[in-house]
Design a protein around this ligand. Structure first.
Ligand SMILES: [Fe+2]
Ligand SMILES: [Fe+2]
Length: 179
């Protein structure tokens, strides 16, 4: 059964949204790369790779459903952040909450179109958003605890860096599973 045009368009738009999220996280990684917070820089590089993998997962799905893929332009990522790391993580949480709304809208559309295969496919993304929001919220909680204390900030940074190093980057090689 072919994919309804409305869903095809909406999934194409979501590929762009995930790539925009990728680009925004890359911007945050670059921002921290220019500071003493190398751990946060690594952490955001990993987040960026995850968003890229989400985009590829959607792209592979459109391919599998024999739908048309139309790549869309991205915006430049925000480059000016506040003095404290917590502001970047708050911007990141706002972004994740936005993506959660986008996935919910996509899910509602698939429901409206009675496309059960897409509903099943999207349930992975719903679950992933719960995880993504929780991960960023946890970082914000830790940063709130240390406040402006430089030693505390560097400790959270070091932990974020080692967490990023311990995780394997999602595979984005063609022909392999991009989860
Ligand atoms: Fe994502
Ligand atoms: Fe995300």
């Amino acid at each position: 059964m072919s994919l309804p045009t409305s869903l095809q368009d909406a999934i194409n738009a979501q590929i762009r949204n995930e790539l925009q999220a990728h680009y925004n996280y890359l911007g945050m990684s670059v921002h921290f790369g220019n500071t003493a917070y190398n751990g946060f820089s690594k952490w955001f590089r990993l987040q960026a790779a995850e968003e890229y993998a989400h985009a590829m997962k959607l792209l592979d799905y459109l391919n599998a459903r024999d739908a048309t893929i139309t790549l869309q332009p991205l915006e430049a990522p925000p480059a000016n952040f506040g003095e404290f790391p917590i502001e970047v993580f708050q911007a990141s949480l706002t972004q994740e909450q936005g993506v959660t709304r986008q996935i919910n809208d996509l899910y509602a559309l698939a429901q409206q179109e009675r496309d059960f295969t897409t509903l099943h496919f999207l349930s992975w993304f719903l679950q992933e958003q719960v995880e993504e929001e929780a991960t960023v919220s946890e970082m914000i909680d830790r940063l709130k605890l240390v406040g402006k204390d430089p030693a505390g900030l560097l400790q959270v940074d070091a932990e974020a860096g080692s967490r990023a190093a311990a995780l394997t980057l999602p595979s984005t090689t063609p022909g392999t599973d991009a989860t």
